[in-house]
Ligand binder design. Structure first.
Ligand SMILES: Cc1cc2nc3c(=O)[nH]c(=O)nc-3n(C[C@H](O)[C@H](O)[C@H](O)COP(=O)(O)O)c2cc1C
Length: 270
Protein backbone atom coordinates (compact mmCIF):
# COMPACT_ATOMS: atom_id res chain seq x y z
CA UNK A 1 0.00 0.00 0.00
CA UNK A 2 1.14 3.57 -0.61
CA UNK A 3 1.19 5.90 2.39
CA UNK A 4 -1.93 7.63 1.10
CA UNK A 5 -3.70 4.25 0.78
CA UNK A 6 -2.60 3.32 4.30
CA UNK A 7 -3.91 6.62 5.69
CA UNK A 8 -7.20 6.39 3.78
CA UNK A 9 -7.70 2.74 4.72
CA UNK A 10 -7.11 3.27 8.45
CA UNK A 11 -10.20 3.86 10.55
CA UNK A 12 -10.90 3.39 14.20
CA UNK A 13 -11.72 -0.29 14.71
CA UNK A 14 -13.91 -0.94 17.74
CA UNK A 15 -15.26 -4.40 16.84
CA UNK A 16 -12.67 -7.17 16.53
CA UNK A 17 -13.08 -10.76 15.30
CA UNK A 18 -12.19 -12.50 18.57
CA UNK A 19 -8.87 -13.96 17.38
CA UNK A 20 -5.85 -13.38 19.62
CA UNK A 21 -3.08 -11.09 18.40
CA UNK A 22 -0.59 -13.30 16.56
CA UNK A 23 2.83 -13.66 18.20
CA UNK A 24 4.65 -12.49 15.08
CA UNK A 25 2.45 -9.39 14.69
CA UNK A 26 2.93 -8.58 18.39
CA UNK A 27 6.71 -8.93 18.13
CA UNK A 28 6.94 -6.82 14.97
CA UNK A 29 4.74 -4.11 16.46
CA UNK A 30 6.68 -3.95 19.70
CA UNK A 31 10.01 -3.89 17.85
CA UNK A 32 8.71 -0.98 15.74
CA UNK A 33 7.39 0.86 18.82
CA UNK A 34 10.69 0.49 20.67
CA UNK A 35 12.49 2.27 17.82
CA UNK A 36 9.81 4.92 17.18
CA UNK A 37 10.77 8.56 17.71
CA UNK A 38 9.17 12.00 17.85
CA UNK A 39 10.40 15.46 16.81
CA UNK A 40 10.61 16.60 20.44
CA UNK A 41 13.07 13.87 21.44
CA UNK A 42 10.90 12.86 24.41
CA UNK A 43 11.33 9.18 25.33
CA UNK A 44 8.08 7.18 25.38
CA UNK A 45 7.79 3.67 26.82
CA UNK A 46 5.39 1.36 24.96
CA UNK A 47 3.93 -1.83 26.38
CA UNK A 48 1.59 -4.49 25.08
CA UNK A 49 -1.11 -5.31 27.62
CA UNK A 50 -3.70 -8.05 28.01
CA UNK A 51 -7.29 -7.24 28.98
CA UNK A 52 -7.64 -10.57 30.79
CA UNK A 53 -4.31 -10.55 32.60
CA UNK A 54 -4.36 -6.84 33.43
CA UNK A 55 -8.12 -6.48 34.08
CA UNK A 56 -8.52 -3.83 31.34
CA UNK A 57 -11.83 -2.74 29.89
CA UNK A 58 -13.36 -0.20 27.54
CA UNK A 59 -17.09 0.15 26.94
CA UNK A 60 -16.58 0.78 23.22
CA UNK A 61 -14.25 -2.09 22.29
CA UNK A 62 -15.18 -5.75 21.78
CA UNK A 63 -13.55 -8.91 20.45
CA UNK A 64 -9.88 -8.49 21.37
CA UNK A 65 -7.66 -9.04 24.38
CA UNK A 66 -4.58 -7.11 23.22
CA UNK A 67 -3.86 -3.46 23.93
CA UNK A 68 -0.97 -1.07 23.49
CA UNK A 69 -0.28 1.88 25.76
CA UNK A 70 2.51 4.40 26.12
CA UNK A 71 3.77 6.56 28.95
CA UNK A 72 6.21 9.43 29.23
CA UNK A 73 7.30 12.10 31.68
CA UNK A 74 4.90 15.05 31.85
CA UNK A 75 6.76 17.85 30.03
CA UNK A 76 6.07 20.72 27.66
CA UNK A 77 5.04 19.27 24.26
CA UNK A 78 4.38 15.80 25.71
CA UNK A 79 1.02 15.87 23.90
CA UNK A 80 2.40 16.59 20.40
CA UNK A 81 5.28 14.13 20.95
CA UNK A 82 2.89 11.38 22.04
CA UNK A 83 0.46 12.08 19.18
CA UNK A 84 3.24 11.99 16.62
CA UNK A 85 4.89 8.80 17.88
CA UNK A 86 1.71 6.81 18.59
CA UNK A 87 0.40 7.60 15.11
CA UNK A 88 3.54 6.12 13.56
CA UNK A 89 2.75 2.93 15.50
CA UNK A 90 -0.93 3.08 14.48
CA UNK A 91 0.03 3.35 10.79
CA UNK A 92 2.54 0.53 11.16
CA UNK A 93 -0.20 -1.60 12.77
CA UNK A 94 -2.42 -0.76 9.80
CA UNK A 95 0.30 -1.98 7.43
CA UNK A 96 0.25 -5.33 9.30
CA UNK A 97 -3.55 -5.55 8.86
CA UNK A 98 -4.21 -4.77 12.53
CA UNK A 99 -7.09 -2.63 13.74
CA UNK A 100 -6.54 0.16 16.28
CA UNK A 101 -8.52 2.94 17.96
CA UNK A 102 -6.99 5.93 19.69
CA UNK A 103 -8.64 6.03 23.13
CA UNK A 104 -8.19 8.88 25.58
CA UNK A 105 -11.53 8.76 27.37
CA UNK A 106 -13.68 5.66 26.98
CA UNK A 107 -11.65 3.25 29.12
CA UNK A 108 -11.11 2.29 32.72
CA UNK A 109 -8.14 4.66 32.95
CA UNK A 110 -7.07 3.78 36.50
CA UNK A 111 -6.62 0.11 35.61
CA UNK A 112 -4.64 0.92 32.46
CA UNK A 113 -2.39 3.28 34.42
CA UNK A 114 -1.80 0.59 37.02
CA UNK A 115 -0.91 -1.92 34.31
CA UNK A 116 1.59 0.63 32.96
CA UNK A 117 3.12 1.14 36.44
CA UNK A 118 2.53 4.86 36.00
CA UNK A 119 4.81 6.74 38.40
CA UNK A 120 4.24 10.26 39.78
CA UNK A 121 5.18 12.80 37.12
CA UNK A 122 4.38 10.40 34.27
CA UNK A 123 1.39 10.51 31.90
CA UNK A 124 -0.30 7.81 29.84
CA UNK A 125 -2.26 9.96 27.37
CA UNK A 126 -3.95 7.30 25.22
CA UNK A 127 -4.21 3.58 24.62
CA UNK A 128 -5.39 1.44 21.71
CA UNK A 129 -6.81 -2.03 21.30
CA UNK A 130 -4.97 -4.26 18.83
CA UNK A 131 -6.46 -7.09 16.83
CA UNK A 132 -8.11 -8.18 13.64
CA UNK A 133 -11.15 -6.19 12.51
CA UNK A 134 -14.48 -8.06 12.56
CA UNK A 135 -16.24 -8.30 9.19
CA UNK A 136 -19.20 -6.36 10.56
CA UNK A 137 -19.19 -3.40 12.94
CA UNK A 138 -21.26 -3.61 16.10
CA UNK A 139 -24.36 -1.40 16.21
CA UNK A 140 -22.65 0.67 18.91
CA UNK A 141 -19.64 1.24 16.65
CA UNK A 142 -21.83 2.23 13.70
CA UNK A 143 -23.74 4.71 15.90
CA UNK A 144 -20.50 6.16 17.30
CA UNK A 145 -19.11 6.74 13.81
CA UNK A 146 -22.31 8.50 12.76
CA UNK A 147 -22.23 10.65 15.90
CA UNK A 148 -18.82 12.15 15.08
CA UNK A 149 -19.16 11.91 11.25
CA UNK A 150 -16.05 9.73 11.36
CA UNK A 151 -16.01 9.12 7.60
CA UNK A 152 -15.56 12.76 6.65
CA UNK A 153 -13.09 15.56 7.29
CA UNK A 154 -13.31 19.35 6.95
CA UNK A 155 -12.76 20.66 3.40
CA UNK A 156 -9.15 21.29 2.35
CA UNK A 157 -9.77 25.07 2.19
CA UNK A 158 -10.86 25.20 5.84
CA UNK A 159 -7.74 23.45 7.13
CA UNK A 160 -5.01 24.89 4.92
CA UNK A 161 -4.01 28.47 4.14
CA UNK A 162 -1.91 30.22 1.53
CA UNK A 163 0.57 32.56 3.18
CA UNK A 164 -2.04 34.11 5.46
CA UNK A 165 -5.04 32.88 7.45
CA UNK A 166 -7.18 35.22 5.28
CA UNK A 167 -6.41 33.20 2.15
CA UNK A 168 -7.74 29.62 1.97
CA UNK A 169 -5.49 27.19 0.10
CA UNK A 170 -7.08 25.09 -2.62
CA UNK A 171 -5.61 21.74 -3.74
CA UNK A 172 -4.96 23.33 -7.15
CA UNK A 173 -2.94 26.17 -5.66
CA UNK A 174 -1.13 23.77 -3.31
CA UNK A 175 0.31 21.97 -6.36
CA UNK A 176 3.02 19.51 -5.31
CA UNK A 177 2.05 19.96 -1.65
CA UNK A 178 -1.59 19.00 -2.24
CA UNK A 179 -1.13 15.25 -1.74
CA UNK A 180 0.94 15.77 1.43
CA UNK A 181 -1.72 18.06 2.86
CA UNK A 182 -4.45 15.59 1.89
CA UNK A 183 -2.63 13.05 4.08
CA UNK A 184 -2.67 15.59 6.91
CA UNK A 185 -6.38 16.20 6.31
CA UNK A 186 -7.23 12.53 6.92
CA UNK A 187 -5.56 12.31 10.33
CA UNK A 188 -7.73 10.97 13.16
CA UNK A 189 -8.57 13.30 16.06
CA UNK A 190 -10.45 13.29 19.34
CA UNK A 191 -14.21 13.49 18.56
CA UNK A 192 -13.09 14.08 14.95
CA UNK A 193 -12.57 17.80 15.64
CA UNK A 194 -9.51 18.14 13.35
CA UNK A 195 -7.94 21.04 15.27
CA UNK A 196 -4.86 21.31 13.02
CA UNK A 197 -4.46 24.25 10.67
CA UNK A 198 -1.54 24.55 8.27
CA UNK A 199 -0.33 27.78 6.76
CA UNK A 200 1.89 27.23 3.74
CA UNK A 201 4.43 30.01 3.23
CA UNK A 202 7.52 29.88 1.03
CA UNK A 203 7.64 26.07 1.00
CA UNK A 204 7.25 25.78 4.76
CA UNK A 205 4.19 24.24 6.40
CA UNK A 206 3.46 26.04 9.67
CA UNK A 207 1.24 23.93 11.96
CA UNK A 208 -1.24 25.60 14.32
CA UNK A 209 -3.82 24.35 16.78
CA UNK A 210 -7.36 25.74 16.46
CA UNK A 211 -8.68 25.15 19.95
CA UNK A 212 -12.22 23.87 20.60
CA UNK A 213 -13.81 24.35 24.00
CA UNK A 214 -13.42 21.71 26.68
CA UNK A 215 -10.23 19.94 25.56
CA UNK A 216 -7.63 21.71 27.71
CA UNK A 217 -7.52 20.92 31.43
CA UNK A 218 -6.79 23.34 34.24
CA UNK A 219 -3.41 21.65 34.67
CA UNK A 220 -2.42 22.82 31.18
CA UNK A 221 -2.86 19.38 29.57
CA UNK A 222 -4.37 19.86 26.09
CA UNK A 223 -5.81 16.81 24.31
CA UNK A 224 -6.02 18.65 20.99
CA UNK A 225 -2.24 19.04 20.88
CA UNK A 226 -2.14 15.24 20.55
CA UNK A 227 -4.26 15.64 17.41
CA UNK A 228 -1.82 18.19 15.99
CA UNK A 229 1.05 15.75 16.68
CA UNK A 230 -0.88 13.11 14.72
CA UNK A 231 -1.33 15.52 11.80
CA UNK A 232 2.41 16.32 11.87
CA UNK A 233 3.13 12.59 11.69
CA UNK A 234 1.02 12.27 8.53
CA UNK A 235 3.13 14.99 6.88
CA UNK A 236 6.29 13.09 7.91
CA UNK A 237 4.90 9.84 6.53
CA UNK A 238 4.13 11.52 3.21
CA UNK A 239 7.57 13.12 3.00
CA UNK A 240 9.27 9.83 3.92
CA UNK A 241 7.57 8.15 0.98
CA UNK A 242 9.14 10.83 -1.26
CA UNK A 243 12.53 10.07 0.23
CA UNK A 244 12.57 13.28 2.31
CA UNK A 245 12.89 13.62 6.07
CA UNK A 246 10.53 15.92 7.95
CA UNK A 247 12.68 18.33 9.91
CA UNK A 248 10.38 20.10 12.36
CA UNK A 249 11.38 23.42 13.90
CA UNK A 250 9.58 25.27 16.65
CA UNK A 251 10.20 29.00 16.10
CA UNK A 252 6.91 30.88 15.83
CA UNK A 253 7.08 32.95 12.62
CA UNK A 254 4.85 35.52 14.33
CA UNK A 255 2.22 35.62 11.60
CA UNK A 256 -1.21 37.07 12.39
CA UNK A 257 -3.60 34.29 13.41
CA UNK A 258 -7.27 33.96 14.35
CA UNK A 259 -8.52 33.83 17.96
CA UNK A 260 -8.07 30.57 19.90
CA UNK A 261 -5.20 29.56 17.64
CA UNK A 262 -1.72 28.57 18.83
CA UNK A 263 1.46 28.07 16.82
CA UNK A 264 2.85 24.53 17.17
CA UNK A 265 5.61 23.67 14.66
CA UNK A 266 7.01 24.24 11.16
CA UNK A 267 8.41 21.95 8.49
CA UNK A 268 10.07 22.75 5.17
CA UNK A 269 8.28 20.65 2.56
CA UNK A 270 9.91 21.79 -0.70
C1 LIG B 1 -6.47 11.81 20.80
C2 LIG B 1 -7.66 10.95 20.43
C3 LIG B 1 -8.50 10.48 21.42
C4 LIG B 1 -9.59 9.66 21.11
N1 LIG B 1 -10.36 9.13 22.12
C5 LIG B 1 -11.34 8.26 21.82
C6 LIG B 1 -12.08 7.63 22.86
O1 LIG B 1 -11.87 7.87 24.05
N2 LIG B 1 -13.04 6.73 22.52
C7 LIG B 1 -13.31 6.41 21.21
O2 LIG B 1 -14.17 5.57 20.97
N3 LIG B 1 -12.63 7.01 20.18
C8 LIG B 1 -11.65 7.91 20.46
N4 LIG B 1 -10.93 8.49 19.44
C9 LIG B 1 -11.20 8.12 18.04
C10 LIG B 1 -11.87 9.25 17.24
O3 LIG B 1 -13.23 9.34 17.60
C11 LIG B 1 -11.71 8.97 15.74
O4 LIG B 1 -10.34 8.94 15.41
C12 LIG B 1 -12.40 10.01 14.86
O5 LIG B 1 -13.78 10.00 15.09
C13 LIG B 1 -12.16 9.77 13.37
O6 LIG B 1 -12.57 8.47 13.01
P1 LIG B 1 -11.56 7.44 12.35
O7 LIG B 1 -10.44 7.20 13.35
O8 LIG B 1 -12.36 6.22 12.10
O9 LIG B 1 -11.01 8.07 11.08
C14 LIG B 1 -9.87 9.33 19.75
C15 LIG B 1 -9.01 9.83 18.75
C16 LIG B 1 -7.92 10.62 19.08
C17 LIG B 1 -7.01 11.09 17.99
Amino acid sequence: MTTMELIRHRRSVRTFDGNPLGEEDAARLLAFAEKAENPYGLPIEWRLLSAKADGLSSPVISGTDAWIAGKLKAAPHAEEAFGYEFESIVLFAESLGLGTTWIAGTMDRAVFEKAMDLAPGEVMPCVSPLGYPAKKMSLKETMMRKGVKADVRLPFEQLFFDGSFDVPLTPEKAGAAAELLEMVRWAPSAVNKQPWRVLLLGGTAHFYEKKSRGFAGKDGWDLQKIDVGIAMNHLSAGLAERGAKADFTFADPGLPMPADTEYIASCLIY
